[in-house]
Write a protein that binds this ligand. Structure first.
Ligand code: GDP
Ligand code: IMO
Ligand code: MG
Length: 439
C-alpha cells in the first residue's frame, strides 16, 4: 500500500500541481487534505493549462479517484464552479468524493477575512481573502458548519441561526458590515447542497478500506511548510497543517499508512503576502535597491511569478538551504522534486543561502525566534550558472549542462535531501525523473 504525501517545502507555489499531475497515474486515489481555495495549483496537461483551487490536481489523470478530505475547508460555490469548469474542459468529476466532515466556508467568513486584514493595516498577513482563517477559527471553536450539515435543511437552518446570532452583531457593531438572514444564506447554499450531495462520503472509511485492499494513495498538500500554522512563520501563515503530518489528520489515515514524503522545492524561492523572507530580492516599490530589484524582476518575469489565485506579483529570492533543511526535518522528506531549474538559465551566477547572520551570531538552522528571521542577513555561496543554455529540452540528468548538474548536487548535499525529480519547464514532459518511484 505505497502512499505518498506531496508537500510544499517553502512558502507555497512550488509546483505541487504539476508534480501531482505527473505522478498520479501510479496511484488509485488522490486526496486534498487541508487548505481550501486559497490554493492555486496550475496544471498543464496536454494542450490544457488549468488552475485548480479545491479539486485535487490528479483529477486530470481521470483514473485516480479524487477525494476532498475532512481537513479541507470548502466554499461550495467555488467547488461547484470548478466542477463545471472541468466538465466543460471534458474532464469528468463523476468519481469525486467529498468528506462529510469537511467544514464549509460561509459568506461571513469571507467578510471577516477582508475586514480583519483592513484592520491590521500595514501589519496585514496578506491573506487570499477567501475566508480560510475565519472558517478554521470556527472549526477550532467548535462553532463550524460541516458539509454533512447541508444534507438536512432543518439542521442547516438551526446551525445558521445559531451562528448568525453571534456573527451578525460582530459584523455590524465591530466591522460596520451588513448582517445576514437565515433565508439569505439558505437561498445561496441549499442549491449547492443539492448538487454536491451525490459526492458526499465518509472519506476516512473509504481510504482505510482502500489501504486494506492494497490500493495506493497520493495526498496532495496545499500551501507550504513555512505557511503551516505550527511550523511556519507565524502569524504570517495560513490556518491549516500544511506539513506532511497534516495528511494523516486531514484524511483520516494513520501515520503508518504513509511511506513516502515528496517535498516540492523551487530552485529559488517565492512568497506571496507579508512576513519574513531572508533571501528576498525586493522590488523597488517594496523598498529594494536597484540591484536587488533587477534580480527580483528577472525571477518574476522568467518564472511568471504571479499568484494563481489572486494574480499578485510574488516576492522572489535565492534558494535558502536553511529552509530546505528545516522542511526536510519537519516533514520527514524522503525525496525532493526541484522545480523551475530552467528559470535559473537567466543568471550569470547563482546564489544559495547556506546560513544566516544576526547580531554577530551564525544560524545554520531555523532560528527559534521569529525576530531573528526578520533581521537575518543571508550568507551566500555563489555558484557559476549556465546562462544562455536552454535546458527545457533536457530529459535526463546527464543532458543538463555541467554547472546545472553541480547546482542540483550542491543543493542535495547542503540540504541533505535526495532530488529525484527535476522540473525544466511548465509542461509535464519537461521533467527529469532521477530515481523517483512511488514504492
Ligand atoms: P503550486 O501551488 O505549488 O501547485 O504551484 P503554482 O501552480 O501556484 O505555481 C507554479 C507555477 O510554475 C505554475 O504556473 C506551474 O505551471 C509552473 N511550473 C511548475 N514546474 C515548473 C518548471 O519546472 N519550470 C517552469 N518554468 N514552470 C514550472
Ligand atoms: P498553494 O497551494 C502561496 C498565503 C497568503 C498569505 C497567507 C495566509 O497555491 O501553494 P490565507 O488566505 O491562507 O489565510 O493566507 O498564506 N497563501 C499562499 N501562498 N501559495 C498558496 O497556496 C497559498 N495559500 C495561502 O498569500 O500570505
Ligand atoms: Mg499555487
Amino acid at each position: 500500500m505505497p502512499s505518498t504525501v506531496i508537500v510544499g517545502a517553502q512558502w507555497g507555489d512550488e509546483g505541487k500541481g504539476k508534480v501531482t499531475d505527473l505522478i498520479t497515474s501510479d496511484y488509485d486515489f488522490v486526496v486534498r487534505f487541508q487548505g481550501g481555495n486559497n490554493a492555486g495549483h496550475t496544471v498543464k496537461h496536454g494542450e490544457r493549462t488549468l488552475a485548480l483551487h479545491l479539486m485535487p490536481s490528479g483529477i486530470m489523470d481521470e483514473v485516480a479517484i479524487p477525494v476532498i478530505g475532512n481537513g479541507v475547508v470548502i466554499d461550495p460555490g467555488v467547488l461547484v464552479e470548478e466542477m463545471e469548469m472541468l466538465e466543460t474542459e471534458g474532464i469528468s468529476c463523476k468519481n469525486l468524493k467529498i468528506s462529510c466532515d469537511a467544514h464549509v466556508i460561509m459568506p461571513y467568513h469571507k467578510d471577516f477575512d477582508g475586514a480583519d486584514e483592513k484592520r491590521l493595516g500595514e501589519n496585514k498577513i496578506g491573506t487570499t481573502k477567501r475566508g480560510i482563517g475565519p472558517c478554521y477559527q470556527d472549526k477550532a471553536a467548535r462553532k463550524g458548519i460541516r458539509i454533512q450539515d447541508l444534507l438536512d435543511e432543518k439542521i442547516f437552518r438551526l446551525k445558521i441561526e445559531a451562528a448568525l446570532s453571534q456573527k451578525n452583531p460582530i459584523l455590524e457593531k465591530i466591522y460596520g458590515l451588513a448582517p445576514y438572514t437565515v433565508d439569505q444564506i439558505c437561498e445561496e447554499y441549499l442549491p449547492y447542497a443539492r448538487i454536491l450531495k451525490p459526492f458526499m462520503t465518509e472519506s476516512a472509511q473509504l481510504l482505510n478500506t482502500a489501504l486494506r485492499e492494497g490500493k495506493n494513495i497520493l495526498f496532495e498538500g496545499a500551501q507550504g511548510t513555512l505557511l503551516d500554522i505550527d511550523h511556519g512563520t507565524y502569524p504570517y501563515v495560513t490556518s491549516s497543517s500544511c506539513c506532511a503530518g497534516g495528511a494523516a489528520i486531514g484524511a483520516g489515515v494513520g501515520p503508518t499508512a504513509i511511506n513516502k514524503v515528496l517535498g516540492i522545492q523551487k530552485a529559488y524561492i517565492t512568497r506571496v503576502g507579508g512576513g519574513p523572507f531572508p533571501t528576498e530580492q525586493r522590488y523597488i516599490e517594496d523598498g529594494g535597491s536597484p540591484e536587488e530589484s533587477i534580480i527580483g524582476n528577472l525571477f518574476c518575469t522568467e518564472g511568471h511569478e504571479f499568484g494563481t489565485t489572486t494574480g499578485r506579483k510574488r516576492r522572489c529570492g535565492w534558494f535558502d538551504a536553511v529552509i530546505a533543511r528545516y522542511a526536510a526535518e519537519v516533514n520527514g522528506l524522503t525525496d525532493v522534486a526541484l522545480t523551475k531549474l530552467d528559470v535559473l538559465s537567466a543568471f550569470e551566477t547563482i546564489k544559495v543561502c547556506t546560513a544566516y547572520e544576526c547580531e554577530g551570531k551564525i544560524y545554520d538552522y531555523f532560528p527559534m525566534q521569529q525576530s531573528v528571521l526578520f533581521h537575518a542577513k543571508p550568507i551566500y555561496e555563489e555558484l557559476p550558472g549556465w546562462k544562455g543554455t536552454d535546458i527545457s529540452t533536457c530529459r535526463s540528468f546527464e543532458e543538463l549542462p555541467e554547472n546545472a548538474q553541480k547546482y542540483v548536487e550542491y543543493i542535495e548535499e547542503i540540504a541533505g535531501v535526495h532530488i529525484s525529480i527535476i522540473g525544466v519547464g511548465q509542461d509535464r514532459q519537461q521533467t527529469i525523473v532521477r530515481g523517483w518511484t512511488s514504492k
